[in-house]
Design a binder for this molecule. Sequence first.
Ligand code: ACO
Length: 429
Amino acid sequence: MPSDTLTIIDNRTGKKYEIPVHDGAINASDLRQIRVSEDDFGLVSYDPGFMNTASCQSKITYIDGDKGILRYRGYPIEQLAEKGTYLETAYLILYGELPTKSQLDEWTYNVTHHSILHENIKKFIDGFHHDAHPMGMLVSAVGALSTFYTDAKNIFDPESRKKQTCRLIGKMPTLAAFAYRHSTGMPYAYPDNDLSYTGNFLNMLFKMTELKYQPHPVLEKALDVLFILHADHEQNCSTNAMRGVGSSHADPYSAVAAAAAALYGPLHGGANEAVLKMLMEVGSKDRVPEFIKKVKGGQGRLMGFGHRVYKNYDPRARIIKQVADMVFEVKGRNPLLDIALELERIALEDDYFIKRKLYPNVDFYSGLIYQSIGLPMDMFPVLFAIPRTSGWISQWEEMLIDPDQKIARPRQIYKGADKRDYVPMDKRR
Ligand code: ACO
């Protein structure tokens, strides 16, 4: 009868150990008993970049990277994108179940009525240089919110968490839009509570002198689907930052600022911006083979391709292609689309990409859509951060109430100098 244990024989000592296996994992602390001597710290596992380390147990998002499956709380992303709305999805991610009609109404009301910013935040944003990157402004401004809501420090009070959740989800689009308007030198447009979450966001981005902004229903819907696709993605770099910073019991605004900072990088949420830059650099369809050759020769990466978890087509990229068609019908075909399609076609047939299981990820097409909606490239990571806020908060809350969790503090393998004595300045070489 096989038992759920792992037998380890330490060939350094000849000792044998029996380690329990639960849910396909061993507890890394169980390795500590494996020692060569009394004063040995014990065996640790070395795993830069968390290639094979589970940092938590989670009930939020399920991904099967080989099969290209993504589910929030058990619901397939395809169904949520087709039938749901972003606020409904955010509720699901945060509270575990799809909301009833009255729950959704209350949730929508609360998020909508937390969208206005304190006027001082405007002054804060005014302080940025005219060409400041909007993601830099967003990271700083969301961190600054912690100084406005000191009650956010009560992280173990569920009511306080609920309030900060509504504030964060309500205010992120406002911060993002204000950062955009600042960079274009336009007056800030205030939230309009009559509009949907994404309709209001479009209003705050693009309202000019009209008394009432009317969002285009197709663009409003397209943005809503994009927000659903970006709402959570289990333990990625920014979520890990959210959990890591949150594990020191920092307030959620500070933790979201850290998560957004992690998202900013071009290997993560900054990739959609990098994709557009790459497409513009390629310039035309006929230069695609030359570009692919460079990538294969180690000169740069094909941005928007590859994923730590997906070793198959990213299911979000499939849906995004449909959204792109919707938007291009209204706004006209983005001329960079042909280059993107050609890059995808060639890469999917090429041995280099096939062998490494590199497929388009969520960022490959999202930038083209954002550009067609009329947004500049440096707003792309900001557009990722808005919907991901629901995922970050949900993961943060799960971490806080998980009795297994402690302050995040990895071990290291020290490879530096041995003890040596201080050398006076005149003796140094
Ligand atoms: N273009 C060309 N080659 C690539 C790419 C790419 N986009 N991605 C990975 N590779 C190659 C690597 O060079 C490596 O080849 P090697 O085995 O010959 O050395 C191999 O594939 C494995 O790559 P790793 O970097 O080890 O894979 P990892 O899981 O660490 O990286 C990552 C995943 C960061 C997403 C990577 O694929 C990448 O840089 N992609 C481009 C940036 C991007 O699109 N990021 C967005 C990800 S989705 C998101 O965060 C929302």
